[in-house]
Design a protein. Structure first.
Length: 47
């Protein structure tokens, strides 16, 4: 395996791991927003 191939493989895995962390963070943000909306809806629902 040549040096260029190894560097490309390393970059691929590095960006792959960074993307996983980013997607996890987005998922947490969306979940928190959903919980906030749910709480507000519960507090303001008509009886």
């Amino acid at each position: 395996m040549g040096l260029i191939s190894r560097l490309l493989l390393l970059l691929f895995f590095t960006f792959g791991l960074a993307a996983c962390n980013t997607m996890e963070g987005i998922g947490e943000d969306v979940e928190a927003a959903g919980e906030t909306v749910e709480e507000e809806a519960e507090e303001n629902k008509p009886y």
